[in-house]
Design a protein around this ligand. Structure first.
Ligand SMILES: NC(=O)N[C@@H](CC(=O)O)C(=O)O
Ligand SMILES: [Zn+2]
Ligand SMILES: [Zn+2]
Length: 425
């Protein structure tokens, strides 16, 4: 294993210090450390953060390797400053057995760019009718702890209750895609002024809020952990606020795009802005930002959703929903929050690592910690160019946008996955 000396990094924004990485661990910190044969990484002006952890990534393998693979998605993640990602189960075949989650887990190990933690499906084939083999997935080599039918809502309250009860045995969590399907049939974008103006069927905020309200009550009733995926409305924030005040074991995530973009973009009819849940209004965006700062929303998760060209470059109504996120998440958060490094570390690394039970992740790079970290240049500004992305897909909503911050290096267990802003393999 190699030894690296990172010179002059501001750990979570503090005064510059050197960090010595050896045998996968941060072994020493302080000013003017002796290189002693270590490879030196100049981090002058850079901020060191604990490696980012994404609770919600679509890697598309197995099944849609044309859109993304475990390897290409892992590379995109490393370039985005991530050291761990949780891979959603809506692959083909669905990750609803020990065999499939172990396959994804093994592909992640082979790629070796980030830790890939598979999420297991809640129901067989995401069909919403029968519980999948949750226990077998938990006991597998992949040690699954998060279960989700993401892409679909576990709409049946009895199944949702049973899933919540089942995962208690191994401190698992159900991550719900909160969408009452009967309220979103044929929906094309957020139900509001813009949908009325365009004459398109809307996806009402209440379809999300009604499921969150039901699920926090179910989680409270059975004493289980619930995680709410991609929260997108001001009303959802209020439901979560009340549940948390009562002590319900609920956590929630928001995506970078729901913190920055609004439904006005749908008026362009450019399917790159089609996503589920849909982009909402400016007042929802403001409420989500405030909730993230306050902690009503616990984490930022990308919902990185790569899609092949033919699934995106078509008419709005036929386009698949979803947008890329891994390579732009931190720059978007910097533009939304500014250089609030401790808050960023909390929402993008420490808390997501805790929710996922990834004990090696989410620790600040200080002596004794596993050397999972990323180095960010906060002074850099970059124009997003889809052609430069490591993802196999091109569906970023930020093409041509100038965003602050650049990830200059990422280390996974002391080995660089990104150096000088480029992937090392
Ligand atoms: N977010 C999306 O619009 N799409 C996701 C599914 C999902 O996260 O619900 C996908 O798998 O493409
Ligand atoms: Zn979803
Ligand atoms: Zn998703």
């Amino acid at each position: 294993m190699s030894t690296y000396l990172i010179k002059g990094a501001r750990v979570v924004g503090a005064e510059p210090t050197d960090l010595l990485l050896r045998d996968g661990v941060v072994v020493e910190s302080g000013r003017g450390l002796d290189a002693r044969g270590a490879r030196v990484v100049d981090a002058d002006g850079l901020v060191a953060l604990p490696g980012l952890v994404d609770l919600h990534t679509h890697l598309r393998e197995p099944g849609r390797e044309d859109a993304e693979t475990v390897e290409s998605g892992s590379r995109a993640a490393a370039l985005g400053g991530y050291t761990a990602v949780c891979a959603m189960a809506n692959t083909s075949p669905v990750a609803d057995t020990a065999g499939v989650v172990e396959q994804v887990w093994r592909l992640g190990r082979e790629a070796g760019l980030v830790d890939v933690q598979p999420i297991g499906a809640v129901t067989v084939g995401l069909g919403g009718e029968r519980l999948a083999e949750l226990g077998a997935m938990a006991d597998s080599a992949a040690r699954v702890r998060i279960f989700s039918d993401d892409g679909h809502c576990v709409a049946d309250p009895r199944l949702m209750r049973r899933a919540l009860e089942y995962v208690k045995a191994f401190d698992g969590v159900i991550a719900q895609h909160a969408e009452e399907p009967r309220l979103t049939e044929g929906a094309q974008l957020h139900e509001g002024e813009v949908s009325t103006r365009l004459g398109l069927t809307g996806w009402p905020a209440v379809a999300e809020e009604a499921i969150i309200a039901r699920d926090v009550l179910l989680a409270e009733h059975v004493g289980s952990r619930l995680h709410v995926c991609h929260v997108s409305t001001a009303g959802s924030v209020e439901v979560l606020r009340q549940a948390k005040a009562r002590g319900v074991r609920v956590t929630a995530e928001v995506t970078p795009h729901h913190l920055l973009l609004t439904d006005e973009l749908a008026a362009s009819y450019d399917p790159v802005f089609k996503v589920n849940p849909p982009l909402r209004t400016a007042s929802d965006v403001a409420a989500l930002r405030a909730a993230l700062v306050e902690g009503i929303i616990d984490v930022v998760a990308t919902d990185h959703a790569p899609h092949a060209l033919e699934d995106k470059e078509c008419e709005w109504a036929y386009a698949r929903p979803g947008m890329l996120g891994l390579e732009t998440a931190l720059p978007v958060l910097l533009s939304v929050l500014g250089e609030r490094w401790d808050l960023i570390a909390e929402r993008m690394s420490r808390i997501p690592a805790r929710i996922a039970g990834l004990t090696e992740h989410g620790h600040d790079p200080v002596p004794g910690a596993v050397a999972n970290l990323t180095l960010v240049d906060p002074a850099a500004r970059r124009t997003v160019d889809p052609a430069e992305l490591a993802s196999r897909s091109r569906n970023t909503p930020y093409a041509g946008t100038v965003l602050p911050g650049r990830i200059m290096a990422t280390f996974l267990r002391g080995e660089p996955t990104v150096l000088d802003g480029k992937a090392v393999k």
